[in-house]
Design a binder for this molecule. Sequence first.
Ligand SMILES: Nc1ncnc2c1ncn2[C@@H]1O[C@H](COP(=O)(O)OP(=O)(O)O)[C@@H](O)[C@H]1O
Ligand SMILES: [Mg+2]
Length: 388
Amino acid sequence: MSESIIFKDRSKLSPRYIPTELPHREGEINRIRDVFKESYTNPEKFPLSIIQLIGPAGLGKTSSVLKASKIIAEEFANHGHSLNVAYVNLKLQGGNKYGIYRFLLEKFAPDLPSQGLSAEEMLRYLLHHLHLKKKYGLIVLDEIDYLIKTTKDTGIIYDLTRLNEFEPDNSCDVKGVIFIARSKEFHGKLDQAEISTLGRFPMEFFPYTLEQVTDILVKRCSEAFNDMAIGSDMIDEIAKMTIMPHNHSDIRFALDLLLYSGNLAESQATDRITLDQIREVYGRIRTSMTPEDFNDLSMNQTYTLLALVRTLRMKKRHYAELKEIRLSSLELMQEYKLKKLDIEDHLHDLHTRKIIEVNSLRDIGIPSQSLEELESMIQRKVKLTRQH
Ligand SMILES: Nc1ncnc2c1ncn2[C@@H]1O[C@H](COP(=O)(O)OP(=O)(O)O)[C@@H](O)[C@H]1O
Ligand SMILES: [Mg+2]
């Protein structure tokens, strides 16, 4: 097998890989662990605990819960008990309530037949089996909002938050049910009783800051890339792209950007990832300008775009400041003998057309293809119009 110049281990960028360390989520992991901290010594007496986690995509919710559950299961083992964790991603797995309960039953009681059982029977069997085997269970239902939004099956929340009422004479050996959702919007489809059993105070995951994203990416990159393949300046650029409002610190987005940029660097046989490669991939990930969009631009808008492209290329950054673009537009006016160019108005139009991104006056960028390509496109257009 030929070795890659770029990658040490590209699977370390896969969303399926859960790193051993989850920097900046220690607090969240500990909060989940804390809920169960009194369960280890006498699990039988410990009540069924419901946790609800809310936060947008890519903020480490799933990873944190899986990590915390693993530690909780280890704590059970250390105290001489056995805890099984059943994790279901309702978006990936799909299906309805029956499919989900069957999955849970098969996970906790692989030797029990699940055919022909009603939904309620499956849960009863599940609880009975745990009790018989003196085992405990922890259920994680990921992307619950997806299920609730796409089906009318809200009954699953009702059932699982009341597992302790199924066999009043026995202790409920499912010790926890953790629901994960992107936002609280799905509460709109639940009734008051369901909302109250879910708990009114979900644990919220907030977006990572720039420093946190950088820190996380530096660690992931050191596992995935060869030492020289990605500079810290490139990681900084990706981190900045990641915290932009529409990317809301989604680490999955950043890891994709890293993976595809690495692949592109390999196919272009450069020995390190370049900013242009990152930009090209970014343009593909985020929808970029179509040829029609480009042709529709007025000449003044086109010149303004050129001023921005040149600034970005010169500064070798992903964003430019308004005053830098203004400088570059002055040069451009001289070059093309333009009398007037109100770049502020045109930048505003370009932004409305979603061709550029304006996050602040000091953070103006282009989510599009390679700048080199864009510049030659603009130059062609300028040349054509000036011939007439
Ligand atoms: N703090 C972190 N440290 C390292 N990797 C992280 C961190 N947070 C998220 N990731 C990575 O980002 C990706 C998305 O995380 P995930 O837990 O699936 O987020 P969510 O469930 O909130 O959508 C995964 O590949 C995960 O490994
Ligand atoms: Mg997730």
